[in-house]
Design a protein. Structure first.
Length: 277
């Protein structure tokens, strides 16, 4: 039996996840003895899988698609940002027993946009695609970057309207269905749907982007995602995948668990090289 502290990412599917690579890099860099694996759990198995992991001595879980809202319901204690998001991507044992839920997605996205990508949000029209757990996690930090307007587009406009009701106190926010898009372009389009993981796209009209637009896919893959390919075919200024967000949100989780803040730039470089090897 290993004496190393155990961590993992839980999702469905999860075999593609680069989180084990990232956390092993963080551990080596900060001289921490830990191991980090994957747990594949279908939605109906999620709660039991989490409880098994922590009951057997696990120290922390990252939570990915499709479990972020279920993790929010499972946590017995929440950080303010997880409470705000109603979605959890990081679990740890709570001091009083039970589980502490945090959400590091928004901090990860904001750091990647500002520090790694040098993309400014302030004063710009932003379109967020999707209204699931991934979107919930990033809305408060995105609105904190002061866009002139943030529009949420979703297949179910009711879900998008729920998010507007939850977050409209933080900034100018509006919900639309995909059919209502295309009348005016956006400066920045962020894809928070899971469609890219299946090689698919939401029904996007071409008029939402111009040659000056920047497109950002919170998903990532070895090759350009379907959303990044769509954006590049329309001649946008830039189209990037969320590798930087993945590393930055992981660093925030690592800090919560271990109290050490790793250097992300070197790990992002190593991850990019590993993906393109």
């Amino acid at each position: 039996m290993s004496s190393k502290d155990r961590y993992a990412v839980i999702g469905h599917p999860v075999a593609h996840s680069r989180s084990p690579f990232i956390h092993q890099q963080f551990a080596a860099q900060t001289h921490q003895a830990l191991e980090y694996g994957t747990v594949d759990a279908a939605p109906e198995e999620f709660a039991a899988a989490v409880q098994r992991f922590f009951a057997s001595g696990g120290k922390g879980l990252n939570v990915t698609i499709p479990h972020k809202e279920a993790a929010f319901r499972l946590a017995t204690e929440l950080t303010p940002r997880a409470q705000r998001a109603h979605a959890v991507n990081t679990l740890a044992p709570a001091k009083n027993g039970g589980l502490l839920g945090d959400n590091t997605d928004g901090a990860g996205l904001a750091r990647d946009l500002l520090n790694n990508q040098r993309i400014s949000i302030a004063g710009r029209r932003v379109l967020l695609l999707g209204a699931g757990g991934a979107a919930r996690g990033v809305l408060a930090p995105l609105l904190g970057l002061r866009p002139s307007e943030l529009v949420i587009a979703n297949r179910s406009i009711e879900r998008a309207r729920e998010l507007v009701a939850m977050f409209e106190d933080l900034g100018p926010l509006r919900a639309v269905g995909y059919a209502e898009l295309g009348r005016e372009p956006f400066d920045i389009v962020i894809n928070a749907t899971a469609a890219s993981l299946a090689g698919e796209l939401p029904p996007l009209p071409p008029g939402i982007v111009t040659a000056h637009s920047i497109c950002y896919d919170m998903a990532y893959a070895r090759e350009d995602t379907a959303f990044v390919q769509w954006a590049l075919q329309r001649g946008v200024a830039r189209a990037v995948m969320g590798l930087g967000m993945l590393v930055e949100q992981a660093a925030e989780s690592f800090y919560l668990w271990r109290g050490a803040r790793p250097d992300t730039a070197s790990v992002l470089g190593a991850l990019t090289a590993e993906l393109h090897a």
